[in-house]
Design a protein around this ligand. Structure first.
Ligand code: MRU
Length: 348
């Protein structure tokens, strides 16, 4: 993706140091962060300097490889402890666990060099999968469509290109006229801050809307299709994604609007038989009680919204039953929910 004419990935490695675009500084400040070790990488994931299933998967993979560099213990217990630390950062996105496991096995087999080689390969695969999603998904977007999306499942949520936004980017680059409705995505506003910034960079016309306006927009017949990403897909096709996705899927069925979920194969989880076994992250009350922003000097500020002492509930994801999903747009083609378990078993 181009930023001010320069091509960037969201996550990359340089001289053995993990580099990320700091997503907590966007959309007003484009800055990169260095993550030289497991601890800084874990902190970046927990505090969401890097976020999005694909992107945290890539950072987790690189961090797992770095853990082998420092290993002083022949039985790998230090590395295993670091694996646990990385896996404790955020529970829901399957891609994180997929990456740590693959890189862990590679490191046991061939040490740091092999672990890093596999981490790099996974990051590269992440880009290739996103490109395949773009290709398979683009025909679902007719010229002149208005597409609704939620949260940020674009370039910043992956190493490049994204999942839900990848078909939209491809359709637009092919010359199709598209308009994107982006829900703000309270409480962290990934839609308003990140997806808006991405679409602006790509010069795709869009509008953000309050999460609570989804039903109104669908009822007004303004939406031709909804495309979201996914954080974890169970064997039966139930899908965890950013909180608010379930509501949109239910509404889509009511208003007879196609609801598509775009995801790479690494998001499918063979160990989850159904949605109820997907772990859901609950985040701090502060994210709901306050709003984070920047002052004129670019300093981060937090504005309190609710009376002191207010209790807030902050589940970060919800689970959409497979029956509400029309099609999965995956890196291996368009898949019906009832066929997803076969695909999961074949792919992994
Ligand atoms: O909490 P986040 O921002 O890491 O949430 C993950 C997401 O970005 C979304 O749920 C997305 O739709 C799928 S992952 C690109």
């Amino acid at each position: 993706m181009l930023v001010n004419g320069k091509s960037y990935r969201t996550v990359w490695i340089e001289d053995g140091i993990i580099k990320i675009i700091d997503q907590n500084r966007l959309p007003f400040h484009f800055e990169t962060l260095n993550l030289p070790d497991v601890d800084t990488a874990c902190e970046a994931i927990i505090k969401m300097h890097v976020r999005g299933a694909g992107a945290i998967g890539a950072v987790a993979g690189y961090a797992m490889a770095l853990a082998f560099k420092k290993n002083s213990n022949k039985d790998f217990s230090d590395v295993e402890e670091n694996k646990r630390k990385i896996e404790a950062t955020r529970p829901t996105a399957r891609n994180l666990f997929y990456a740590t496991q693959k890189v862990w096995l590679a490191g046991l087999e061939g040490g740091y060099d092999h672990a890093m080689e596999v981490a790099e390969k996974l990051a590269e695969e992440n880009i290739q999968e996103a490109l395949a999603i773009a290709e398979y998904g683009e025909p679902l977007i007719p010229d002149g469509s208005c597409i609704m999306t939620h949260c940020n499942a674009g370039w910043l949520g992956f190493v490049d290109w994204g999942s839900a936004l990848a078909p939209i980017y491809r359709a637009h680059r092919k010359g199709k006229q598209i308009f994107v409705y982006v829900s703000e995505t309270r409480p962290r506003l990934q839609g308003a801050r990140l997806t808006a910034w991405e679409l602006m960079n790509e010069k795709i016309p869009f509008a953000i809307f309050p999460d609570s306006a989804s039903a109104f927009l669908m009822q007004q017949k303004k939406i031709n299709a909804i495309i979201t990403g996914a954080d974890r897909i169970a064997l039966n096709g139930d899908t965890a994604n950013k909180i608010g996705t379930l509501e949109k899927a239910i509404l889509a069925q009511y208003f007879d609007i196609p609801f598509y979920v775009a995801a790479p194969i690494s998001t499918l989880d063979p160990s989850c038989p159904e949605g109820t076994s997907i772990p859901i992250e609950h985040r701090s009350e502060n994210e709901v009680n306050s709003l984070m922003g920047w002052d004129n000097q670019g300093k981060e500020i937090s504005v309190r919204l609710t009376p002191e002492g207010t209790t807030a509930i902050n589940p970060a994801f919800d689970v959409c039953p497979a029956s509400l999903i029309q099609l999965f747009i995956t890196s291996q083609g368009l898949i019906k929910p009832e066929e997803i378990s076969k695909k999961i078993k074949n792919a992994l």
